[in-house]
Design a protein around this ligand. Structure first.
Ligand code: ATP
Ligand code: CA
Ligand code: CA
Length: 365
């Protein structure tokens, strides 16, 4: 039924179309925008630091992530739909992934299943660090190959090395964030889900400013004038994404910044984004500070929730705990996993601070 094409015959299957149509509506995804984002231009492939063999694609406009999933993960997502529906409708404040669709492409006897999800890390915002955190310490260090990448995905042990005092949040933000994490992990444990991570992207405002200043010094006055002119007109530019490595995204379409500007909304925090000088503040991140007092914006969300606890996992745990202390392994039971996950973020990753996020950083570095 397709238009004439040069591809081999294929079938395209849409799973649970009604349910996902409902979710897209709930998440305020316009059907036309959805189609345009996914089909109007070539998708970009992302390198996947994971071991599962899943392939990730991102849409040209940065809005959606496509992830190929295994047969059992696709089955599990379908079984999860009623519970997911209940949870999302009762509690829209959540860091759980937003699933916008599940599909299967059948060709040459092969089935390729994939889901469409929200992109948590907009490429228009420079991320100085990126972590995939589980609260487990067992082998949770990024490989050498991963660390050699331009923007590597680091893990738990890298985090505790780099942020010995954690990420400081204002009390209100901290409480809202931990409340959300706590509720989310309870939901995940109730579905016997585990092995998920909290993805944390860190934009360092002070480093971004220094980078900008260095850039300016390098390029000279003429370009500075150009840049000012560009950034002043950024609100009128459309459909022309240009990222210049300075943390500014000058021509990003304005209509759907909402997708990732929700990090703050998702945790029910009302603290206004950091407002300072003439810094160009990327929208939506959670304000925080690091050990050096530098101002950060965090982009976060829970990912990889289609792993269901089964006998196979139990066996795996039995075998691995012969080799290491059972508690530190990431293959444990879902309730234990959830508790360890939550307490890692409560005690190690995020710290409550009374001081304001708005003041300029102290000079120490
Ligand atoms: P494994 O099962 O081996 O852990 P996986 O193939 O299931 O890996 P994920 O854990 O889902 O993959 O994700 C791997 C990486 O892809 C993450 O660490 C993150 O860098 C990136 N990623 C995944 N989902 C998103 C998302 N929604 N937005 C942005 N980046 C993402
Ligand atoms: Ca994972
Ligand atoms: Ca996985």
């Amino acid at each position: 039924m397709t238009l004439p094409h040069e591809l081999s015959d294929f079938r395209f299957k849409i799973y649970a179309p009604m349910a996902f149509r409902y979710f897209r509506k709930l998440f305020k995804i316009d059907p036309k925008d959805f189609l345009v984002s996914l089909t109007s231009q070539q998708l970009k492939e992302l390198s996947n630091p994971g071991a599962s063999g899943s392939i990730f694609y991102i849409t040209h406009d940065d809005e959606f992530i496509i992830k190929t999933v295994q047969h059992k993960e696709a089955d599990f997502l379908q079984k999860l739909l009623p519970g997911y529906f209940m949870n999302i409708s009762q509690n829209p404040r959540t860091l759980l992934p937003k699933f916008y669709g599940l599909y299967c492409y059948q060709c040459g006897g092969k089935n390729i299943r994939f889901c469409v999800m929200n992109n948590l890390l907009p490429s228009g915002i420079k991320l100085h660090e990126k972590y995939d955190l589980k609260g487990s310490t067992y082998r949770r260090k990024a490989s050498k190959e991963e660390r050699a990448k331009k923007c590597p995905t680091l893990k738990d042990l890298d985090f505790t090395d780099n942020h010995q005092k954690g990420l400081k949040l204002e009390a209100e933000t901290y409480n809202a964030l931990l409340k959300t994490i706590s509720r989310d992990v309870r939901v995940l444990a109730s579905f016997k889900i585990m092995d998920y991570s909290l993805l944390v992207g860190i934009h360092n405002l002070d480093e971004a400013r220094e980078e900008r200043e260095a850039e300016r010094a390098k390029i000279g006055k003429e370009i500075v004038e150009d840049a000012t002119c560009l950034s002043e007109s950024q609100h009128t530019l459309h459909n022309q994404s240009s990222v210049d490595g300075t943390g500014l995204n000058r021509g990003r379409p304005t209509k759907r910044i909402a997708n990732w500007s929700t990090a703050m909304e998702q945790i029910e925090a009302t603290v206004e984004p950091v407002e300072l000088e003439n810094d160009n503040i990327p929208p939506g991140g959670i304000p925080a500070r690091n050990d050096n007092g530098q101002r950060l914006l965090l982009y976060i969300g829970i990912i990889d929730i289609l792993q269901h606890y089964r006998l196979k996992k139990k066996l795996e745990h039995g075998i691995k705990s012969l080799l290491a202390d059972g508690d530190t392994i990431s293959v444990v039971n879902p309730t234990f996993y959830a508790e360890r996950f939550e307490s890692f973020f409560r005690d190690k990753v995020f710290k409550k601070t009374a001081s304001s996020m708005r003041q300029s950083p102290s000079k120490k570095k």
